[in-house]
Design a protein around this ligand. Structure first.
Ligand SMILES: [Zn+2]
Ligand SMILES: [Zn+2]
Length: 271
């Protein structure tokens, strides 16, 4: 396995960053949003709720995917430079469910003889209890671990349904690339970690001025009033409409998952 080969430049990473980040590939597993699928997919069983998973993975390193147990939490050895296992608190996920790795800049997944299966875009990778071949993981793929049990009414019996995001963080990691497009806009502070790619709202196309704004990590900017409908879901209870806050939503411009529960963090130490 080539360990010093730069990743093929077929992702959204910019050529300028490729030299710096050649040995690490970034994987993000985000909740699969069913509301963007309305009309195109059959009704899906509810997925386990989980916080966004992010890993920087080196060539040749294998990341294990499995069930979170008290034991796995207690005995997981902390090895410097090794990404943590990806663990979920669901009984339909096997302890050793699957493995994810990077080879020549490309992500691959293999089912490691799980009992309830690994699904890529709804296709099961191997029969029950059998290891699968390696399958390429692409940006935007739908990855599912297990199938729901007892209708998935209880959280612990739900499958885990995720959307795969690969090397997207590099899009936002170039704050100065678009600076000539944002000359002296009053809305842009030069020390922001992310500078919006335009001076207009990506939804209504009007200038980003004089109103509260919403700026995403993928560098898309909106008027708060324009993005607000995506931040809640409506349901009716006893004949009244109730608004629930969502955990995240899909950016209307680039489809990146925006995690509304993300905590502010220092980005300097994870390059
Ligand atoms: Zn707007
Ligand atoms: Zn975006």
């Amino acid at each position: 396995m080539a360990t010093l080969t730069p990743p093929a430049n077929d992702g959204p990473a910019s050529p300028g960053l490729a030299g710096l980040a050649f040995s690490l590939s970034h994987l993000r597993l985000v909740p699969y949003l069913t509301n963007v699928q309305v009309g195109t997919a059959p009704t899906l069983a509810p997925s386990l709720r989980f916080t966004v998973v992010e890993r920087a993975i080196r060539e040749g390193t294998v990341v294990k995917v499995g069930r979170h147990t008290e034991r796995s939490a207690r005995h997981r050895p902390a090895v410097l430079g090794m990404p943590d296992d990806i663990l979920f608190k669901s009984k339909v996920v096997s302890r050793a469910h699957a493995e994810i790795w990077v080879d020549d800049g490309k992500f691959f997944i293999r089912d490691t003889a799980s009992s309830s299966g690994t699904f890529l875009d709804q296709v099961r990778l191997s029969p029950q209890g059998s290891r699968s071949n390696a399958h390429r993981l692409h940006d935007g793929d739908c990855l599912q671990l297990g199938v729901e049990y007892r209708g998935g009414e209880e959280e612990m019996y739900r499958c885990v349904r995720m959307r795969v995001e690969i090397n997207r963080r590099s899009q936002a990691a170039q704050p100065h690339a678009n600076q000539d497009m944002v000359p002296s806009s009053p809305v842009v502070a030069s020390n922001l970690p992310v500078v919006p790619v335009t001076t207009d709202c990506c939804i209504c196309l009007q200038p980003l001025r004089r109103t509260p704004l919403f700026l995403t990590p993928c560098a898309h900017a909106f008027h708060y009033a324009c993005i607000r409908p995506l931040l809640t879901t409506r349901r009716s209870r006893n004949g009244r409409t109730v608004l629930d806050a969502v955990d995240g939503f899909s950016c209307p411009m680039c489809r990146s998952y925006i995690d509304l529960n993300a905590e502010p963090a220092d980005e300097d130490d994870d390059v």
